[in-house]
Design a protein around this ligand. Structure first.
Ligand code: RP5
Length: 168
């Protein structure tokens, strides 16, 4: 497999079932990626090492998913110039609202592109990462156009089926 272009980070292995949505999209678009478990609170040195070394290793975009007091994406963003996409994970008693605010409410100067809570957010994080790569990759751009077209056709098909069900 080629060198990874996207780094997927997650605060715990318990986040994997959500971050699998991102993995699925990157596989669908044949984008090489790597997956790492590192916690901003439990393993801060590991997070720092990862963030500081990512660009030199060829990573173009980092996707960081975490739950609870989710500082992972923000801490990573503070230590790299690479675009960082945050995925708030609904793993706490607050169902991800805590992670959403912790990820989104960054101070001016250190941006984190924050996605929706949970699976949709993980999926969109990967699609946004692909869109960023597609800025300079025409083939990837065409794949994204086809992906959108397929999604439109799928909704139209669902519409047809619902109309049939209702009228029968
Ligand atoms: C966060 O705490 C992780 O990202 C995870 O969502 C949450 C719970 O982690 P575990 O206690 O399951 O390892 O840091």
């Amino acid at each position: 497999m080629s060198e990874p272009l996207i780094g997927i980070l997650m605060g715990s292995d318990s986040d994997l079932h959500v971050m699998n949505e991102a993995i699925g999209i990157l596989e669908e678009f044949s984008i090489p990626f790597e997956v790492t478990v590192a916690s901003a609170h439990r393993t801060p040195e590991r997070v720092a090492e990862y963030a500081k070394g990512a660009r030199d290793r060829g990573i173009k975009v980092i996707i960081a998913g975490a739950g609870g007091a989710a500082h992972l994406a923000g801490v990573v963003a503070s230590m790299t110039i690479l675009p960082v996409i945050g995925v708030p994970i609904d793993s706490s008693p607050l169902n991800g609202i805590d992670a959403l605010l912790s990820t989104a409410q960054m101070p001016g100067g250190i941006p984190v592109a924050t996605m929706a809570i949970g699976r949709a957010g993980a999926k969109n994080a990967a699609l946004l990462a692909v869109e960023i790569l597609a800025i300079t990759d025409r083939e990837l751009y065409s794949k994204l156009v086809s992906y959108r077209k397929a999604m439109t056709e799928d909704v139209e098909e669902r519409d047809r089926r619902v109309k049939e069900d209702v009228s029968s």
